[in-house]
Design a protein around this ligand. Structure first.
Ligand code: KIV
Ligand code: ZN
Length: 389
């Protein structure tokens, strides 16, 4: 097998994830999640849609200020005013990306855009050139590519690559694609577009038929080298492909996939808990990787096998994805490091030593008065201390 290539992990929890009805997040919550994603070594964080609202603009700006290792991205329609707003919000970023999109399926072009296909190409090319005049890193998405015609995708993609797009995203916007068919689309695009070697092909799959992860992985086998995904599979309607499932599939089946990721998987569960807490969306117990039962063994036969050799029933280790094996109880005799690491397991990162010290002092006060300290007590202390600074 030839050497594995890097698979870029593009997280859109803060943008498409926030499009889940009822999952809105404020600026500080977005920054807290972005910090966890950066710590996990996510390559690209889509922080929002800068023109959508003043709050979204501020969130993109705040994430661009706080995050230095990951690329920070803002979505924009293929319109000058959107692109200018995205560029403005991304000014503080060490590495910024503008992600511009236009619909390419016959149904979207006819009814939503009410534009002729040639005009759609013209607008896409103009938008990519405009974005490239403001920033080096430009991604272009063909919205509803899953229902677009292959010949039209080839035409528009060839021209936006010539205009300067360096990532080409092929979204299955309505979750319509089927695994072998979607991979074949990606393979054909890469083969047929003459300048395809100048761009990275990316996929962005929705989960309407429960196939978002399967479709994304099929596309990776066909040559896609960026996957767009979200923590806990959050996202518009039935959600997006789940980051934790994509990353762990690639890592667990190294023998199968021609790619690797840079993700530090030990931060997966704490980040999942943080996202669940912030959005109020519980994680179902049997959810792969991050559900409470994902590593629990109930039947006697399984338990017996596990006691003899864990690999009889476990293909991944719980600790590798951040489930705690630590049974330490926090009380008035606990130290600052135990306190800090317990909160990190709950997805809380302190922005400074001063914030940690303030929280630790409050914890000690509470521990003097209360015998049993629960995670909810610790989270309340952390939240209060973060607001004090
Ligand atoms: O699902 C979709 O098509 C999107 C694009 C804007 C990338 O979210
Ligand atoms: Zn989407």
């Amino acid at each position: 097998m030839s050497e594995a290539q890097k698979l870029i992990i593009f997280d859109t929890t803060l943008r498409d994830g926030e499009q889940s009805p009822g999952a809105s997040m404020d600026r500080d919550e977005k920054v807290a999640i972005a910090r966890m994603l950066e710590r996990m070594r996510v390559d690209v964080i889509e922080a929002g849609f800068a023109i959508a609202s003043p709050g979204d603009f501020e969130s993109v700006q705040a994430v661009a200020t706080a995050v230095k290792d990951s690329t920070v991205c803002s979505l924009s329609r293929a319109l000058d005013k959107d692109i200018e707003r995205a560029a403005e919000a991304l000014k503080p970023a060490a590495r910024g990306r503008i992600h511009t999109f236009i619909a390419t399926s016959p149904i979207h072009m006819k009814f939503k855009l009410q534009m002729e296909p040639d005009k759609v190409i013209e607008q896409a090319v103009r938008a990519v050139k405009k974005a490239r005049s403001l920033i080096d890193d430009v991604e272009f998405s063909c919205e509803d590519a899953g229902r677009s015609e292959l010949d039209f995708l080839c035409r528009i993609i060839e021209q936006v690559i010539d205009a300067g797009a360096r990532t080409i995203n092929i979204p299955d916007t309505v979750g319509y694609a089927m695994p072998r068919q979607y991979g074949e689309t990606i393979r054909q695009l890469i083969e047929r577009i003459p300048n395809s070697d100048k761009a990275i092909f990316s996929v962005h799959c929705h989960n309407d038929l429960g196939l978002a992860v399967a479709n994304s992985l099929d596309a990776v086998m066909a040559g896609a080298r960026q996957v767009e995904c979200t923590i806990n599979g959050l996202g518009e309607r039935a959600g997006n492909a789940s980051l934790e499932e994509i990353v762990m599939a690639v890592r667990t089946r190294k023998d199968f996939f021609p790619v690797y990721t840079d993700i530090d998987t030990t931060h997966i569960v704490p980040t999942s808990k943080l996202v669940s807490r912030v959005t109020g969306f519980p994680v179902q117990p049997n959810k792969a990787i991050v559900g409470n039962n994902a590593f629990a063994h109930e039947s006697g036969i399984h338990q017996d096998g596990m006691l003899k050799n864990r690999e009889t029933y476990e293909i991944m280790r719980a600790e590798d994805v951040g489930w705690s094996t630590n049974r330490m109880v926090l009380g008035k005799h606990s130290g600052r490091n135990a306190f800090k690491s317990h909160l990190a397991e709950l997805g809380v990162l302190f922005a400074s030593e001063a914030e940690l010290n303030a929280a630790f002092a409050r914890f000690k006060e509470l521990a003097d008065k209360k015998h049993d300290i629960f995670d909810d007590d610790l989270l309340a202390i952390a939240k209060d201390s973060q607001q004090l600074h």
